[in-house]
Write a new protein. Structure first.
Length: 182
């Protein structure tokens, strides 16, 4: 089962995005994202791996595009966030080139990278993610071998050279925000 199938199955059985995207954790992530939006005058946000919208529901963006490989998660995100003007949702299939382009000021990836167990999905995600002038990633930054649905990546080694790292957590083994700009 690939990672997209695993998440679709999890959501279809009533599961959610996990404890890192609920309650106080969702609020902490949204506060950091909202601070970036305000501090840099961000208008358009794309969220690569928005899941069921628990964090998205707390984001204050004029224009938001939530992208996810799970249709069930996207349906929940729409239900949770409502149909806000300027907000849209898009299903994407892993390992297929997207048939769309995204024009965003901020590209988000929250707790996605350490769930990409195969190299192809990981590389594809980074390719989509590093298209906006500003990128905010909530992840770890160390390497492990793949497990069931986890594989930590030292992703900062794979960031395109035209991006500079602006901030990072002190401990690469603990999930935190990494901010990049080009």
């Amino acid at each position: 089962m690939n990672i997209a199938q695993m998440w679709e199955s999890r959501y279809a059985k009533g599961g959610d995005s996990g404890r890192g995207s609920r309650g106080v954790n969702a609020r902490i992530k949204a506060e950091r994202i909202n601070r970036t939006i305000v501090d840099h005058g961000i208008v358009n946000v794309v969220d690569w791996g928005c899941g069921d919208g628990q964090v998205a529901s707390l984001i204050d963006a004029d224009c938001y595009l939530g992208v996810d490989p799970s249709r069930t998660a996207l349906n929940r995100a729409v239900d949770r966030c409502g149909r806000r003007p300027g907000w849209s949702w898009l299903h994407i299939e892993l390992h297929r080139p997207p048939d769309f382009t995204v024009d965003a000021d901020l590209s988000l990836s929250c707790d996605v990278i350490f769930h990409l167990t195969d190299e192809r999905s990981y590389r594809q995600h980074l390719g989509w993610l590093f298209t906006a002038p500003r990128v905010l990633v909530h992840a770890t930054d160390y390497d492990t071998e793949p497990e069931r649905h986890m594989r930590h990546h030292r992703f900062t080694d794979d960031v395109p050279s035209n991006y500079r790292l602006l901030s990072r957590p002190d401990d690469p083994h603990t999930p935190g925000f990494y901010e990049f700009a080009r």
